[in-house]
Design a protein around this ligand. Structure first.
Ligand code: ATP
Length: 212
């Protein structure tokens, strides 16, 4: 996206929103934490979406209409496993589910943004930023990427998944090459955590040098 392209629907004219994304195990959450430690505000879209499906009565009723009562457990909490199983084999339902959840996250982000004082530069962590064309809701994008081997090893260590399970997920995501083409800034995470910290510092300097 062009650096000074104007957002069609800018949620806050005082803010510059950077979409932060990366495939499974790329290190985007680690980068978000580094940025947070540097003092930036981060909106975690995926974590908020997970909360909103439980907090919002409207979302709950729409999701039950789409996927049935079993989309929520007896205790009233969202049944992620059940929903994942249905949408895994039914991409049409996944699209509708995303179209139900997305507007709720969008308005939650808008509220979050309005309540911030330090909102000149905001990072919005979103796993499917490019896949769902959500980069159009950000001024610019930052991609965290790493070699497949490093990513799969990290996810196997973190989640106890098998190599094949990680590979299946990686193969369903947008190819890294395509994401690299779309991103305005790319952070390569193939080394140590210290290397990653240095890479983030570099991108921070480039962002701070931009004229908004
Ligand atoms: P997901 O989309 O699967 O949630 P993610 O992109 O948010 O993944 P992280 O959770 O940040 O990725 O990183 C995956 C795992 O790899 C974490 O356990 C993290 O601590 C570890 N990790 C990230 N970068 C490095 C690195 N450079 N060296 C060692 N471990 C790393």
């Amino acid at each position: 996206m062009e650096q000074n392209e104007i957002l069609a629907e800018n949620p806050d004219p005082d803010s510059r929103i950077f979409g932060l994304t990366g495939g499974i195990g790329s290190g985007k959450t680690t980068v978000a934490k580094i940025l947070e430690n540097m003092g930036f505000s981060i909106y975690y879209s995926d974590a908020r979406a997970k909360d909103l499906v439980n907090e919002s009565a409207y979302l709950k009723s729409e999701i039950i209409k789409l996927l049935g009562e079993d989309a929520y457990n007896k205790d009233g909490l969202y049944n992620r496993k059940y929903v994942a199983n249905i949408v895994f084999t039914n991409p049409g339902k996944l699209d509708v589910l995303n179209s139900i959840i997305h507007p709720a996250v969008k308005s939650d982000f808008k509220n979050w943004l309005q309540n911030r004082e330090d909102k000149e530069i905001i990072f919005k962590e979103t796993a499917l930023l490019f896949e769902l064309d959500l980069d159009k809701e950000c001024h610019q994008s930052v991609l965290v990427t790493a070699e497949d081997n490093a990513r799969s090893k990290r996810v196997m260590d973190r989640d106890g998944k098998t190599y094949r399970e990680v590979l299946n997920i990686m193969n369903k995501q947008m190819p890294e090459k395509e994401k690299i083409k779309r991103a305005d800034f790319v952070i390569y995470n193939n080394g140590t955590l210290e290397d990653l910290q240095n890479e983030v510092e570099k991108v921070k300097s480039e962002i701070m040098a931009l004229q908004f």
